[in-house]
Design a protein around this ligand. Sequence first.
Ligand SMILES: NC(=O)c1ccc[n+]([C@@H]2O[C@H](COP(=O)([O-])OP(=O)(O)OC[C@H]3O[C@@H](n4cnc5c(N)ncnc54)[C@H](O)[C@@H]3O)[C@@H](O)[C@H]2O)c1
Length: 316
Amino acid sequence: MKAFVTGGAGFIGSNLAGELVRKKHSVTCYDNLSLGRKEFLRPYLGYRSFRFLKADLLDFGRLKKAIKGHDVVFHMAANSDIGYGIEYTDWDLKQGTLATFNVLEAMRVNGIKEIVFASTSAVYGDEPRLRPTPEDYGPLFPISLYGASKLASEGLISAYCHNFGMRAWIFRFGNVVGDNGTHGVVVDFITRLRKNSKELRILGDGKQSKPYLYVKECVDGILFGHKHSRREVNFFNLASKGATSVSKIADMVTGEMGLAKVKRRYTGTKRGWPGDVPQVRLNTAKMTRLGWKASLSSDRAVLAAIRALLRDRRFK
Ligand SMILES: NC(=O)c1ccc[n+]([C@@H]2O[C@H](COP(=O)([O-])OP(=O)(O)OC[C@H]3O[C@@H](n4cnc5c(N)ncnc54)[C@H](O)[C@@H]3O)[C@@H](O)[C@H]2O)c1
């Protein structure tokens, strides 16, 4: 496969790009390095089958040229900086919805037929009536601009598939953690405790609880779903079994760092931030029926991620 990975220098994108290289596919990573890091791709830079382009999805001319000749687009780029998305209200619209439109349009112009899209449980909105939430739950009313931009992207993808003979694989991830992590609760706790090992600020009341999926399993699930499901628009929840609370993650991080007496400073609200969905449970029966499930539970995925990040020299 000639794979084009948008956001390929990011957390999930770099893990995906690495796995595609290992599986002997030819890979182009397209990333503006706003949040990603070229160093994540260092192990593959010498491969002839690998190419990195520092470029922006909002630069349509550049994108249209770069995407030419590929057969599958893994569209992983988006804004993962929640604070930025709240401060600049057009940010998710541009980096999410408009960027996805550009990707689809560049594919259409070049006759590329397959898109794999990183979506999110945030499309299900605030504490859906059905938990664990299945893929056909509705109506879908996200409560964050990020979730809204992903739902709009899903809509565009479906319409492009219908009108232009494309196929799509949409994966709604829960939380993903692990090697090359760039953001999220585990990264936040480790970064803060490295600066001040006496006190930890925790967003919310600590009771928010969500399923955490180890990034290698996320990549494995994406590639499995892409290979084994052949409808026009294929859509799956991708998550681990169980869920882990924010307070439990704090216990695990402080435990793994060998810190005994850390004072916890909860911001105290039910949500970690505006638009946060505090309780997430995803029904993953559809992926299970296809023949794939995560082998690590949510707790074990968090633990594996903490250990991987503590080995990472960015957090020394
Ligand atoms: N990490 C999670 O828990 C999680 C959960 C649900 C969905 N997702 C989705 O998975 C995808 C990957 O997320 P991640 O956690 O790896 O985040 P990330 O920030 O590490 O990766 C996103 C990458 O996209 C790049 N990028 C952003 N805007 C761009 C633009 N305009 N042009 C080119 N590159 C651009 C960034 O530089 C970054 O490298 C995203 O679409 C995200 O919304 C992630």
